[in-house]
Design a protein around this ligand. Structure first.
Ligand code: UGA
Length: 447
């Protein structure tokens, strides 16, 4: 949170209930408390509630443990297990519940619907219910129908928080989007953010709900574009970093989100693009750009796998018995989150080809039984490199740049480092006797 200024406090503090303390719910609760609101966060997980009461935060989110501790200390932030009790006195109730990818790619709304049923009779008249979870267009209306309380308006207020930057993004938003059938209710929710001095887009529920999907689709599209552009650059001997700098300085395009990598992943972009595709299909709408965005990601990863296979395969054309060192498994740096991680997607394909995978990720402990069929987690990069035919950089942890590359070179069997995050210093690797293969610049296959 360095370099950020503290927002001023709310002139009119509200009583807020937040249901669900995942990274969105906990960030929302702790940040709203820091703005002066009185917040009760409810979660069904008793152990988690106990830990949060001791200010123990089990996700890696800079600034969040401090805000939780401050909120508890000021008495403005509370954690409870009992959801009905949390909402009984609230002016505003935020639903921050998981909406995982369900059958056919559609968002699974079971948690949102179960909580709506649980709180319907407990909500005080005149309170506003807010869908903060990413939910398909029409969900505000659906939650309203489940509540069956015409005097309790439901609005959509999507979040635009990046994991690993959630507190910063909450307290310094580009915009606050709130939509609902009742403009007064939408305005009340927008007013909670008044101290943040961000532009407000107050609209109808469908527009707010679609804004979230449109934002994540557009970001994914930009990344698929960047990864395809990288392939073009390799083919034509251009450098993708220069090309993206050249186009990105046009403000209509923008420099952000143009860095090629091992494909895009995480808990949101894949889930939300598939959910949007699923609602489009259900509505009979063909959206070729959306399909291509998803397919390009799959194809890009397949291409990277083929690159490793071409370099490392044995005489039988497979990776059977070939040892590979993976640096990074998290879906991006700054998080331990493995959900839909591109690193795991590549690892699965390499494993299917027979490779033996040894991985190091600074955010992961060595014991992860859920990964044991896929990779052997090691406690340090040298161990991962031991006897490996190649090293693959899959997460852009900045500390990988400063690893002891000569020592890694001494432990590796092969010479090639596939820098799938375009992170490492070319000269430093060359001095260590290694061959760096990046993405999106003249590509030469080295043995
Ligand atoms: C994403 C959005 O960026 C947030 O605005 C949104 O609120 C959030 O989803 C959500 O819906 O909750 P997040 O999932 O934290 O945030 O991840 P990003 O930082 O967007 O990264 C997504 C993927 O793109 C990662 O695999 C990352 O490594 C990759 N990426 C990102 C690149 O390959 N290149 C880039 O230039 C940027």
């Amino acid at each position: 949170m360095s370099g950020t200024t503290a927002p001023r406090s709310a002139d009119r503090p509200a009583r807020v209930a937040v249901v669900g303390t995942g990274y969105v719910g906990l960030t929302t609760g702790a940040c709203l408390a820091s703005l002066g609101h009185r917040v009760v966060c409810a979660d069904a997980d008793a152990g988690k509630v106990e830990r949060l009461r001791r200010a123990e935060v089990d996700i890696l989110e800079p600034g969040l443990p401090e805000l939780v501790r401050d909120g508890l200390g000021s008495g403005r932030l509370e954690f409870v297990r009992d959801t009905p009790a949390a909402v009984r006195e609230a002016d505003v109730v935020f639903l921050c519940l998981p909406t995982p990818m369900g059958a056919g790619g559609a968002a699974d709304l079971a948690a949102v619907e179960a909580v709506a049923r649980e709180i319907r009779t407990e909500l005080p008249d005149g309170c506003v219910v807010v869908n903060k979870s990413t939910v398909p267009v029409g969900t505000s209306e659906r939650v309203g129908a489940l509540l069956g309380r015409p005097e309790v308006p439901v609005v959509s207020n999507p979040e635009f928080l990046r994991e690993g930057h959630a507190v910063h993004d909450f307290l310094h938003p580009d915009r606050v989007v709130v939509g609902g059938a009742d403009p007064e209710a939408a305005r009340r929710v927008a007013d909670l953010y008044a101290p943040l001095a961000a532009p407000h887009v107050v609209t109808d529920a469908a527009s707010a709900e679609l804004t979230k999907y449109a934002a994540n689709f557009f970001l994914a599209m930009k990344l698929s574009f960047a990864n395809n552009l990288a392939t073009l650059c390799e083919r034509f001997g251009a450098d993708v970093a220069d090309v993206t700098a050249g186009i990105g300085r046009d403000p209509r395009i923008g420099e952000a989100f143009l860095k090629p990598g091992p494909g895009w992943g995480g808990s949101c972009l894949p889930k939300d693009t598939h959910a949007l595709l699923s609602v489009c299909e259900a509505a009979g709408i063909d959206f070729p750009l959306l399909r291509a965005t998803i397919e390009t990601n799959v194809e890009h990863q397949r291409r990277l796998v083929e690159r490793v296979v071409a370099q490392c395969a044995g005489p039988d054309g497979t990776l059977t018995g070939v040892r590979l060192a993976l640096l990074g498994l998290a879906f991006k740096a700054g998080t331990s989150d493995l959900r839909d991680s591109p690193a795991l997607a590549l690892a699965r394909q390499l494993r299917e080809r027979g490779a033996e995978l040894f991985a190091y990720d600074p955010a992961l402990s060595e014991t992860r039984p859920d990964l044991s069929d896929l990779v052997t987690l090691t406690g340090d990069p040298l161990e991962a490199a031991d006897g490996a035919a190649a090293c693959l950089v899959l997460t852009e942890w900045p500390q990988f740049r400063d690893l002891d590359w000569p020592a890694i070179a001494a432990r590796l069997d092969g010479r090639v480092v596939h820098d799938f995050r375009n992170l490492l210093d070319q000269d430093r690797l060359e001095r260590a006797g290694l061959v760096r293969q990046s993405i999106g610049s003249a590509f030469t296959m080295a043995g």
